[in-house]
Design a binder for this molecule. Structure first.
Ligand SMILES: *[C@@H]1O[C@H](CO)[C@@H](O)[C@H](O)[C@H]1NC(C)=O
Ligand SMILES: *[C@@H]1O[C@H](CO)[C@@H](O)[C@H](O)[C@H]1NC(C)=O
Length: 355
Protein backbone atom coordinates (compact mmCIF):
# COMPACT_ATOMS: atom_id res chain seq x y z
CA UNK A 1 0.00 0.00 0.00
CA UNK A 2 2.07 2.90 -1.26
CA UNK A 3 -0.21 5.58 0.14
CA UNK A 4 -0.06 4.43 3.76
CA UNK A 5 3.71 3.94 3.65
CA UNK A 6 3.96 7.43 2.21
CA UNK A 7 1.83 8.65 5.08
CA UNK A 8 4.13 6.87 7.53
CA UNK A 9 7.21 8.55 6.05
CA UNK A 10 5.44 11.87 6.19
CA UNK A 11 4.44 11.28 9.79
CA UNK A 12 7.90 10.13 10.98
CA UNK A 13 9.10 13.58 12.05
CA UNK A 14 5.82 13.98 13.92
CA UNK A 15 6.36 11.00 16.21
CA UNK A 16 5.70 12.89 19.44
CA UNK A 17 2.45 14.05 17.91
CA UNK A 18 1.67 10.46 16.91
CA UNK A 19 2.25 9.42 20.53
CA UNK A 20 -0.36 11.93 21.63
CA UNK A 21 -2.62 10.59 18.90
CA UNK A 22 -2.22 7.04 20.19
CA UNK A 23 -2.95 8.20 23.72
CA UNK A 24 -6.24 9.66 22.64
CA UNK A 25 -6.89 6.88 20.20
CA UNK A 26 -10.10 5.80 21.84
CA UNK A 27 -11.54 9.24 21.40
CA UNK A 28 -10.54 9.73 17.80
CA UNK A 29 -13.16 8.82 15.16
CA UNK A 30 -12.34 6.02 12.73
CA UNK A 31 -10.37 7.13 9.69
CA UNK A 32 -9.52 10.47 11.25
CA UNK A 33 -6.33 11.82 12.75
CA UNK A 34 -6.41 13.64 16.05
CA UNK A 35 -3.72 16.02 17.20
CA UNK A 36 -3.00 18.03 20.31
CA UNK A 37 -4.99 15.78 22.64
CA UNK A 38 -7.79 15.68 20.09
CA UNK A 39 -8.20 19.41 19.87
CA UNK A 40 -7.62 19.18 16.13
CA UNK A 41 -9.50 16.44 14.33
CA UNK A 42 -8.50 15.88 10.74
CA UNK A 43 -10.95 13.82 8.67
CA UNK A 44 -10.04 15.30 5.30
CA UNK A 45 -10.65 13.33 2.10
CA UNK A 46 -11.59 10.02 3.74
CA UNK A 47 -14.61 9.32 1.53
CA UNK A 48 -16.83 9.76 4.54
CA UNK A 49 -20.54 9.71 3.68
CA UNK A 50 -21.59 10.54 7.24
CA UNK A 51 -20.32 12.80 9.93
CA UNK A 52 -18.48 10.61 12.43
CA UNK A 53 -20.16 10.17 15.82
CA UNK A 54 -17.24 9.89 18.13
CA UNK A 55 -15.67 13.32 17.70
CA UNK A 56 -14.01 14.18 21.04
CA UNK A 57 -15.93 16.75 23.04
CA UNK A 58 -12.94 19.04 23.44
CA UNK A 59 -12.44 19.36 19.68
CA UNK A 60 -11.54 22.86 18.66
CA UNK A 61 -11.09 22.31 14.92
CA UNK A 62 -12.92 19.70 12.89
CA UNK A 63 -11.92 19.27 9.28
CA UNK A 64 -14.35 17.23 7.20
CA UNK A 65 -13.52 18.75 3.84
CA UNK A 66 -13.18 16.72 0.66
CA UNK A 67 -15.52 13.91 1.73
CA UNK A 68 -18.79 12.59 0.33
CA UNK A 69 -21.25 14.16 2.72
CA UNK A 70 -24.61 14.93 1.12
CA UNK A 71 -26.40 16.35 4.15
CA UNK A 72 -25.88 17.60 7.64
CA UNK A 73 -28.47 16.04 9.92
CA UNK A 74 -30.08 17.60 12.96
CA UNK A 75 -27.84 17.50 15.97
CA UNK A 76 -24.79 16.24 14.09
CA UNK A 77 -22.44 18.25 16.28
CA UNK A 78 -24.24 17.96 19.57
CA UNK A 79 -21.94 18.21 22.57
CA UNK A 80 -19.10 19.86 20.66
CA UNK A 81 -19.18 22.98 22.80
CA UNK A 82 -15.54 23.80 22.20
CA UNK A 83 -15.70 23.77 18.43
CA UNK A 84 -14.37 27.01 16.95
CA UNK A 85 -13.61 25.98 13.36
CA UNK A 86 -15.69 23.63 11.25
CA UNK A 87 -14.55 22.84 7.72
CA UNK A 88 -17.07 21.14 5.46
CA UNK A 89 -15.91 22.39 2.09
CA UNK A 90 -15.69 20.25 -1.01
CA UNK A 91 -18.40 17.75 -0.17
CA UNK A 92 -21.75 17.29 -1.92
CA UNK A 93 -23.92 18.77 0.80
CA UNK A 94 -27.40 19.60 -0.52
CA UNK A 95 -29.33 19.77 2.69
CA UNK A 96 -28.81 21.29 6.08
CA UNK A 97 -31.56 19.86 8.23
CA UNK A 98 -33.18 22.11 10.83
CA UNK A 99 -30.97 22.28 13.94
CA UNK A 100 -28.10 20.88 11.90
CA UNK A 101 -25.69 23.30 13.47
CA UNK A 102 -27.30 23.70 16.87
CA UNK A 103 -24.98 23.58 19.88
CA UNK A 104 -22.25 25.40 17.99
CA UNK A 105 -22.70 28.63 19.96
CA UNK A 106 -18.97 29.30 20.03
CA UNK A 107 -18.17 28.48 16.42
CA UNK A 108 -16.13 31.25 14.81
CA UNK A 109 -15.40 29.89 11.35
CA UNK A 110 -17.65 27.78 9.15
CA UNK A 111 -16.62 26.69 5.69
CA UNK A 112 -19.35 25.24 3.48
CA UNK A 113 -17.77 26.22 0.17
CA UNK A 114 -17.82 23.88 -2.84
CA UNK A 115 -21.03 22.09 -1.96
CA UNK A 116 -24.47 21.85 -3.56
CA UNK A 117 -26.63 23.97 -1.31
CA UNK A 118 -29.63 25.48 -3.12
CA UNK A 119 -31.10 27.25 -0.13
CA UNK A 120 -30.34 28.02 3.48
CA UNK A 121 -32.69 26.86 6.23
CA UNK A 122 -34.53 29.62 8.08
CA UNK A 123 -32.82 28.73 11.36
CA UNK A 124 -29.38 28.60 9.76
CA UNK A 125 -27.89 31.37 11.89
CA UNK A 126 -29.87 30.70 15.06
CA UNK A 127 -27.24 28.99 17.14
CA UNK A 128 -24.26 30.55 15.39
CA UNK A 129 -24.17 33.95 17.04
CA UNK A 130 -20.38 33.83 17.57
CA UNK A 131 -19.62 33.16 13.93
CA UNK A 132 -17.11 35.58 12.42
CA UNK A 133 -16.35 34.01 9.08
CA UNK A 134 -18.73 32.14 6.82
CA UNK A 135 -17.87 30.65 3.45
CA UNK A 136 -20.76 29.60 1.24
CA UNK A 137 -19.05 30.23 -2.08
CA UNK A 138 -19.34 27.78 -4.97
CA UNK A 139 -22.76 26.43 -4.08
CA UNK A 140 -26.07 26.61 -5.96
CA UNK A 141 -27.87 29.25 -3.90
CA UNK A 142 -30.42 31.27 -5.90
CA UNK A 143 -31.70 33.70 -3.35
CA UNK A 144 -30.91 34.57 0.22
CA UNK A 145 -33.86 35.32 2.47
CA UNK A 146 -33.92 37.30 5.62
CA UNK A 147 -34.36 34.92 8.54
CA UNK A 148 -31.46 32.72 7.54
CA UNK A 149 -28.77 35.32 8.35
CA UNK A 150 -30.57 37.09 11.18
CA UNK A 151 -28.42 36.00 14.11
CA UNK A 152 -25.01 36.67 12.60
CA UNK A 153 -24.36 39.75 14.70
CA UNK A 154 -20.65 39.02 14.91
CA UNK A 155 -20.03 38.06 11.32
CA UNK A 156 -17.03 39.83 9.77
CA UNK A 157 -16.58 37.95 6.51
CA UNK A 158 -19.32 36.53 4.34
CA UNK A 159 -18.43 34.81 1.10
CA UNK A 160 -21.40 34.07 -1.15
CA UNK A 161 -19.45 34.22 -4.39
CA UNK A 162 -20.03 31.86 -7.30
CA UNK A 163 -23.57 30.87 -6.53
CA UNK A 164 -26.61 31.67 -8.67
CA UNK A 165 -28.02 34.44 -6.54
CA UNK A 166 -30.32 36.73 -8.50
CA UNK A 167 -32.14 38.26 -5.56
CA UNK A 168 -31.35 39.29 -2.03
CA UNK A 169 -34.26 40.05 0.20
CA UNK A 170 -34.37 43.63 1.41
CA UNK A 171 -33.69 42.94 5.08
CA UNK A 172 -31.38 40.01 4.64
CA UNK A 173 -28.25 41.84 5.83
CA UNK A 174 -29.91 43.94 8.50
CA UNK A 175 -28.29 42.13 11.46
CA UNK A 176 -24.84 42.03 9.92
CA UNK A 177 -23.64 45.39 11.17
CA UNK A 178 -20.07 44.22 11.82
CA UNK A 179 -19.51 42.86 8.35
CA UNK A 180 -16.20 43.97 6.88
CA UNK A 181 -16.09 41.78 3.78
CA UNK A 182 -18.99 40.79 1.56
CA UNK A 183 -18.17 38.75 -1.50
CA UNK A 184 -21.04 38.37 -3.97
CA UNK A 185 -18.90 37.98 -7.09
CA UNK A 186 -19.95 35.51 -9.75
CA UNK A 187 -23.68 35.62 -9.14
CA UNK A 188 -26.67 36.83 -11.18
CA UNK A 189 -27.63 40.07 -9.49
CA UNK A 190 -29.22 42.64 -11.84
CA UNK A 191 -29.58 45.70 -9.65
CA UNK A 192 -27.84 47.03 -6.58
CA UNK A 193 -30.81 48.39 -4.68
CA UNK A 194 -31.18 51.22 -2.23
CA UNK A 195 -31.73 49.79 1.22
CA UNK A 196 -29.88 46.50 0.88
CA UNK A 197 -26.71 47.68 2.63
CA UNK A 198 -28.22 50.10 5.16
CA UNK A 199 -26.49 48.61 8.21
CA UNK A 200 -23.08 47.96 6.67
CA UNK A 201 -21.21 50.95 8.10
CA UNK A 202 -18.22 48.69 8.81
CA UNK A 203 -18.07 47.15 5.36
CA UNK A 204 -14.61 47.58 3.89
CA UNK A 205 -14.68 45.31 0.88
CA UNK A 206 -17.69 44.78 -1.37
CA UNK A 207 -17.10 42.44 -4.29
CA UNK A 208 -19.81 42.39 -6.94
CA UNK A 209 -17.76 41.51 -9.99
CA UNK A 210 -19.10 39.12 -12.62
CA UNK A 211 -22.77 39.61 -11.97
CA UNK A 212 -25.39 41.05 -14.35
CA UNK A 213 -25.65 44.45 -12.71
CA UNK A 214 -26.88 47.18 -15.03
CA UNK A 215 -28.07 49.60 -12.38
CA UNK A 216 -26.74 50.89 -9.09
CA UNK A 217 -29.50 52.83 -7.40
CA UNK A 218 -28.50 56.31 -6.27
CA UNK A 219 -28.53 55.67 -2.51
CA UNK A 220 -27.29 52.09 -2.62
CA UNK A 221 -23.74 52.93 -1.55
CA UNK A 222 -24.56 55.78 0.83
CA UNK A 223 -24.32 53.82 4.12
CA UNK A 224 -20.87 52.39 3.35
CA UNK A 225 -18.71 54.75 5.41
CA UNK A 226 -15.75 52.38 5.68
CA UNK A 227 -15.61 51.06 2.14
CA UNK A 228 -12.10 50.76 0.74
CA UNK A 229 -12.76 48.52 -2.26
CA UNK A 230 -15.76 48.19 -4.55
CA UNK A 231 -15.42 45.56 -7.27
CA UNK A 232 -17.82 45.97 -10.17
CA UNK A 233 -15.86 44.41 -13.03
CA UNK A 234 -17.62 42.17 -15.49
CA UNK A 235 -21.16 43.46 -15.11
CA UNK A 236 -23.63 45.07 -17.54
CA UNK A 237 -22.99 48.71 -16.70
CA UNK A 238 -23.36 51.09 -19.64
CA UNK A 239 -23.69 54.30 -17.69
CA UNK A 240 -23.15 55.66 -14.20
CA UNK A 241 -24.60 58.48 -12.21
CA UNK A 242 -22.05 60.65 -10.49
CA UNK A 243 -24.37 61.17 -7.54
CA UNK A 244 -24.24 57.46 -6.71
CA UNK A 245 -20.50 57.78 -6.07
CA UNK A 246 -20.65 61.21 -4.54
CA UNK A 247 -22.79 59.56 -1.87
CA UNK A 248 -19.81 57.41 -0.88
CA UNK A 249 -18.54 59.41 2.09
CA UNK A 250 -15.39 57.44 2.85
CA UNK A 251 -11.75 58.28 3.46
CA UNK A 252 -10.45 56.29 0.51
CA UNK A 253 -12.24 53.93 -1.84
CA UNK A 254 -10.83 52.07 -4.80
CA UNK A 255 -13.26 51.27 -7.60
CA UNK A 256 -12.85 48.49 -10.16
CA UNK A 257 -15.10 48.96 -13.17
CA UNK A 258 -13.53 47.37 -16.25
CA UNK A 259 -15.18 44.64 -18.35
CA UNK A 260 -18.51 46.43 -18.57
CA UNK A 261 -20.25 47.33 -21.85
CA UNK A 262 -19.72 51.08 -21.46
CA UNK A 263 -21.47 53.51 -23.77
CA UNK A 264 -18.80 56.11 -24.34
CA UNK A 265 -20.38 59.51 -24.61
CA UNK A 266 -19.85 62.89 -23.08
CA UNK A 267 -21.98 61.94 -20.05
CA UNK A 268 -19.83 58.95 -19.19
CA UNK A 269 -16.68 60.98 -19.72
CA UNK A 270 -17.99 63.65 -17.39
CA UNK A 271 -18.92 61.15 -14.68
CA UNK A 272 -15.46 59.58 -14.76
CA UNK A 273 -13.69 62.91 -14.78
CA UNK A 274 -15.79 64.08 -11.83
CA UNK A 275 -15.03 60.86 -9.94
CA UNK A 276 -11.38 61.46 -10.78
CA UNK A 277 -11.56 64.86 -9.12
CA UNK A 278 -13.03 63.48 -5.88
CA UNK A 279 -9.96 62.94 -3.74
CA UNK A 280 -11.12 59.84 -1.84
CA UNK A 281 -12.26 57.94 -4.94
CA UNK A 282 -9.90 56.14 -7.26
CA UNK A 283 -10.87 54.14 -10.32
CA UNK A 284 -8.14 51.52 -10.12
CA UNK A 285 -8.61 50.12 -13.61
CA UNK A 286 -9.46 53.33 -15.49
CA UNK A 287 -6.92 52.43 -18.19
CA UNK A 288 -8.99 49.32 -18.92
CA UNK A 289 -12.38 50.99 -19.23
CA UNK A 290 -13.23 49.97 -22.81
CA UNK A 291 -16.11 51.33 -24.87
CA UNK A 292 -18.71 48.94 -26.14
CA UNK A 293 -20.91 51.54 -27.82
CA UNK A 294 -21.33 53.54 -30.02
CA UNK A 295 -20.07 51.09 -32.68
CA UNK A 296 -17.46 53.46 -34.09
CA UNK A 297 -15.79 53.63 -30.64
CA UNK A 298 -16.11 49.93 -29.75
CA UNK A 299 -12.84 48.57 -28.42
CA UNK A 300 -11.28 51.94 -27.69
CA UNK A 301 -10.39 52.88 -24.14
CA UNK A 302 -12.19 55.76 -22.52
CA UNK A 303 -8.82 57.10 -21.35
CA UNK A 304 -7.56 57.37 -24.94
CA UNK A 305 -10.43 59.70 -25.77
CA UNK A 306 -9.77 61.99 -22.89
CA UNK A 307 -12.07 64.97 -23.37
CA UNK A 308 -12.77 64.42 -27.06
CA UNK A 309 -16.22 63.00 -26.44
CA UNK A 310 -17.37 66.20 -24.83
CA UNK A 311 -15.41 68.21 -27.42
CA UNK A 312 -17.34 66.44 -30.17
CA UNK A 313 -20.48 67.24 -28.30
CA UNK A 314 -19.44 70.89 -27.96
CA UNK A 315 -18.66 71.02 -31.67
CA UNK A 316 -21.99 69.51 -32.59
CA UNK A 317 -23.75 71.90 -30.23
CA UNK A 318 -21.87 74.73 -31.92
CA UNK A 319 -22.76 73.44 -35.37
CA UNK A 320 -26.39 73.14 -34.39
CA UNK A 321 -26.37 76.59 -32.80
CA UNK A 322 -24.78 78.13 -35.87
CA UNK A 323 -27.18 76.30 -38.17
CA UNK A 324 -30.13 77.48 -36.15
CA UNK A 325 -28.77 81.01 -36.04
CA UNK A 326 -28.19 81.01 -39.79
CA UNK A 327 -31.70 79.69 -40.34
CA UNK A 328 -33.13 82.38 -38.08
CA UNK A 329 -31.06 85.09 -39.75
CA UNK A 330 -32.09 83.73 -43.15
CA UNK A 331 -35.74 83.84 -42.13
CA UNK A 332 -35.37 87.32 -40.73
CA UNK A 333 -33.64 88.52 -43.88
CA UNK A 334 -36.30 86.91 -46.01
CA UNK A 335 -39.07 88.41 -43.91
CA UNK A 336 -37.43 91.81 -44.10
CA UNK A 337 -37.05 91.49 -47.85
CA UNK A 338 -40.71 90.44 -48.18
CA UNK A 339 -41.78 93.35 -46.05
CA UNK A 340 -39.73 95.71 -48.16
CA UNK A 341 -41.10 94.15 -51.35
CA UNK A 342 -44.64 94.49 -50.09
CA UNK A 343 -43.94 98.05 -49.04
CA UNK A 344 -42.45 98.82 -52.46
CA UNK A 345 -45.48 97.24 -54.11
CA UNK A 346 -47.95 99.10 -51.92
CA UNK A 347 -45.94 102.31 -52.33
CA UNK A 348 -46.10 101.83 -56.08
CA UNK A 349 -49.81 101.03 -55.76
CA UNK A 350 -50.52 104.15 -53.77
CA UNK A 351 -48.38 106.22 -56.13
CA UNK A 352 -50.35 104.77 -59.07
CA UNK A 353 -53.61 105.56 -57.31
CA UNK A 354 -52.44 109.07 -56.52
CA UNK A 355 -51.67 109.69 -60.18
C1 LIG B 1 -12.07 18.29 -3.71
O1 LIG B 1 -11.67 16.99 -3.32
C2 LIG B 1 -11.13 16.22 -4.35
C3 LIG B 1 -10.78 14.85 -3.81
O2 LIG B 1 -11.37 14.58 -2.60
C4 LIG B 1 -9.88 16.90 -4.89
O3 LIG B 1 -9.38 16.19 -5.98
C5 LIG B 1 -10.23 18.31 -5.34
O4 LIG B 1 -9.08 18.99 -5.73
C6 LIG B 1 -10.89 19.07 -4.23
N1 LIG B 1 -11.32 20.35 -4.74
C7 LIG B 1 -11.22 21.49 -4.05
C8 LIG B 1 -11.72 22.69 -4.73
O5 LIG B 1 -10.73 21.52 -2.94
C1 LIG C 1 -29.36 40.39 -17.15
O1 LIG C 1 -30.01 41.65 -17.06
C2 LIG C 1 -30.82 41.96 -18.17
C3 LIG C 1 -31.41 43.34 -17.92
O2 LIG C 1 -30.40 44.25 -17.75
C4 LIG C 1 -31.93 40.93 -18.34
O3 LIG C 1 -32.68 41.22 -19.48
C5 LIG C 1 -31.29 39.56 -18.45
O4 LIG C 1 -32.30 38.58 -18.49
C6 LIG C 1 -30.38 39.29 -17.28
N1 LIG C 1 -29.69 38.03 -17.46
C7 LIG C 1 -29.65 37.12 -16.51
C8 LIG C 1 -28.89 35.89 -16.85
O5 LIG C 1 -30.17 37.28 -15.41
Amino acid sequence: MPSSSQTMVGVMPLLPLLFVTVLSFKLCPNHCLCYESSDLVDCRSRQLAHIPHSVPHGTWLLDLSGNELTEVRSGSFIGLWSLRILLLSNNSIQTLQPQALSSLQFLERLDLSFNRLRWLPKDFSESLSSLQELRLDHNLLQHVDSPSLNHFENLRKLDLSYNRIYAMEFKVLISLSRLSLLNLAGNKLNVLKDGLLTRQQSLEVLLLSHNNISLIETEALTPLRSLTLLGLQGNQLEHLKFKTFLNLQTTSTHLQMSLNPWTCDCDLQRVFSKIHRVRHLKVEDYADIICHAPPQLAGATLASMDSQLCMAETVSVLVITITVMLAVIGALVKAERNRKNKQTVSDTDSQTQEK
